[in-house]
Write a protein that binds this ligand. Structure first.
Ligand code: TYC
Length: 101
């Protein structure tokens, strides 16, 4: 058998193909104005007015709403930016993240 045959044998795959994904979750509170929640969702998560309104209302009515799913680094960065926007205005607006099963 020539060496070439051995070299072309497919490599074993030991890593999982996809990275773990994280849900970003918006929590309701009694103080942040609705318009401001919508503004943050549009700015950080690039939602349309309609999408942002729907997510804001779901969190308002049910206590929490999944905003979107990202890799860990992207989810962390988006949570930080969104929480910072609320904090900068003195609102307790909270985005958190949870690993997907
Ligand atoms: N509950 C807030 C109010 O009535 C609005 C709100 C909605 C705040 C969703 C946070 O994630 C939230 N002003």
């Amino acid at each position: 058998m020539p060496d070439l045959v051995t070299k072309l044998r497919p490599k074993e795959r030991t890593r999982t193909a996809r990275p773990p994904m994280y849900k970003v979750i918006l929590l309701n509170d009694d103080f942040t104005p609705r318009f401001f929640v919508v503004r943050v969702l549009k700015a950080v998560f690039r939602m349309s007015e309609g999408e942002a309104l729907g997510v804001m209302l779901t969190a308002h009515q049910r206590g929490a709403c999944v905003v979107a799913v990202f890799t860990r680094e992207v989810a962390e960065e988006k949570c930080r930016r969104a929480n910072d926007m609320g904090a900068a205005e003195g609102f307790p607006l909270t985005f958190t993240m949870e690993k997907e099963d």
